[in-house]
Design a protein around this ligand. Structure first.
Ligand code: TYD
Length: 142
C-alpha cells in the first residue's frame, strides 16, 4: 500500500520502450503486463494544450498510469506530500509510470504535444482527489 512513508522514487519510474524501427520508420510497442506494469483498462490522450495550461492537479485512490508524449513534449510534476520531482517527457519511446496516491500536474505542453495516458482502471471520478489539502489528509489517514 502506498502511503506517505514511501519515498517518492518508489512512486514513479521512467520506462524505455522497445523500438522496432527500420528503413520504413519507427515502431514502438507497449504491451499490458510487459512494458506496462499493469493490465491496460483505459487509454486517453491530451492534445491542444499549450504552455499556459496546467492539467492534472489530482491524485487517484486506485488508478496507476503510464504517460507517453507520443509527439512533442510536456513536463510532469509529481508530489507525494513530502517531496516533488519534475520529469520532462520528450521522446516517443519514453514512458512515465505513476503509482496510485501520487499528486501530479502536467504543464509546459509544446504546440505539437500529444500526451498518451494508459491506466489500469476505467474512469471513476470518485477515486480522484482534486483538492490538495484533501490529498494530504488522505495520506495521513492511510
Ligand atoms: P481531467 O481529469 O480534468 O483531465 P486532466 O487530468 O488531463 O486535466 O478530465 C477532464 C474531464 O474529462 C473531466 O470532466 C473528467 C472527464 N474524463 C472522463 O470522463 N474520463 C477520463 O478517462 C478522463 C481522464 C477524464
Amino acid at each position: 500500500m502506498m502511503n506517505e512513508s514511501n519515498s517518492i522514487e518508489e512512486m514513479y519510474r521512467i520506462l524505455e520502450f522497445p523500438e522496432l524501427g527500420d528503413e520504413r520508420g519507427n515502431l514502438v510497442v507497449v504491451e499490458g503486463g510487459i512494458q506496462i506494469p499493469f493490465d491496460i483498462q483505459r487509454i486517453f490522450y491530451i492534445y491542444g494544450s499549450d504552455d499556459s495550461v496546467v492539467r492534472g492537479q489530482h491524485a487517484n485512490l486506485r488508478s496507476q498510469f503510464v504517460l507517453v508524449n507520443v509527439a512533442g513534449s510536456s513536463k510532469v510534476k509529481v508530489d507525494n506530500g513530502l517531496e516533488t520531482r519534475i520529469i520532462e517527457l520528450n521522446k516517443p519511446r519514453m514512458g512515465l509510470y505513476l503509482s496510485r496516491m501520487l499528486w501530479k500536474e502536467m504543464y509546459d505542453f509544446s504546440p505539437d504535444s500529444v500526451l498518451l495516458v494508459l491506466s489500469d482502471e476505467h474512469y471513476d471520478g470518485s477515486e480522484y482527489i482534486r483538492d490538495y489539502d484533501e490529498y494530504l489528509k488522505a495520506l495521513n489517514h492511510k
